[in-house]
Write a protein that binds this ligand. Structure first.
Ligand code: BTN
Length: 266
């Protein structure tokens, strides 16, 4: 059998993980519509917390706000992690922020790239996106049954891989550091970071995560335009509140907290 040098492999991945829960069950699919849907099917059948589904290619990768996620074969990390947090729905946005911290730290430690986080969950380098995070929850009576954390990292894409509409706004780790990156090493770093931050979150709550997030953020202390379902607002992003909402100082003593929306740095 011909094995491509950079293809993902379950045994190699398992050996690279230093985790006990995250990635304890890992599955690699060559081509699927979306790993989110693959993870949802397994969650409904009772798969354990920490189950990780990866795909070499997604034909219908999903982004936030109904957008598509470009996921070409073998070039990135397209993966979904199943969580079963025992908490009300209103706290799940904290898990999105936690994931951003885990991925940002993993990218920094494995590649040396000074990646930063744009609220709520984009990882940027030189103002272009290298990673997006999509958290989807299944809920019953306001209680979370499970969450699926979708992580898309553009690892080894070259400029010519991108369709024209993405060229100006997206980049890849390879384009930023000038050489291809071993996806296994990066996936393992994300799992290790995620597991230790998740334990910290379970023991000490959101505050230490918020502090780490603020330190990695490219949004805090910046003038921003935030588009929400209720309309646009402008001001200075000053921090996170205890739920994970972004606090925007609009001047004259008026501070708004934004739970969901899209941020543009001015
Ligand atoms: C965004 O920034 O809009 C979120 C993008 C999330 C993409 C990942 S790739 C793995 C998982 N499967 C999907 O279909 N989407 C997420």
């Amino acid at each position: 059998m011909l094995v491509k040098p950079d293809s993902l492999d379950v045994m190699t991945l398992r050996n690279a993980f230093n985790t006990t829960i995250m990635g304890a069950n890992v599955e690699i699919i060559q081509t699927t519509v979306s790993t989110q849907e693959e993870a949802r099917i397994r969650a409904e059948k009772g798969a354990a917390e920490g189950t990780l589904i990866l795909a070499e290619e997604q034909t219908g990768g999903k982004g936030r706000l109904g957008r598509k996620w470009f996921s070409p074969y073998g070039k990135g990390i397209w993966m979904s992690l199943l969580l079963r947090p025992q908490q009300p729905l209103k706290f799940t946005s904290q898990l999105t922020l936690l994931t951003g911290v885990a991925v940002c730290r993993a990218i920094r430690s494995t590649t040396g790239i000074e990646a930063g986080i744009k609220w709520p969950n984009d990882i940027l380098m030189n103002n272009r996106k290298i990673c997006g995070i999509l958290l989807e929850s299944a809920v019953e009576d306001e209680v979370v049954r499970y969450c699926i954390v979708g992580i898309g990292i553009s690892v080894n894409l070259d400029d010519q891989d991108y369709p024209s509409e993405l060229k100006e706004i997206a980049t890849s780790i390879k384009m930023e550091c000038g050489k291809a990156v071993d996806r296994t090493v990066l996936i393992a770093a994300v799992m290790d970071e995620f597991e230790s931050l998740y334990k910290l979150y379970q023991h000490e709550g959101f505050q230490p995560i918020a502090t780490l997030w603020e330190a990695l953020s490219v949004t805090i202390q910046q003038e921003v335009i935030v588009s929400t379902y209720q309309g646009q607002l402008e001001g200075v992003a000053v921090g996170l509140d205890s739920s994970g909402a972004l606090l925007v100082d609009m001047g004259q003593g008026k501070v708004m907290s934004v739970i969901s929306g899209d941020v543009k740095l001015k």
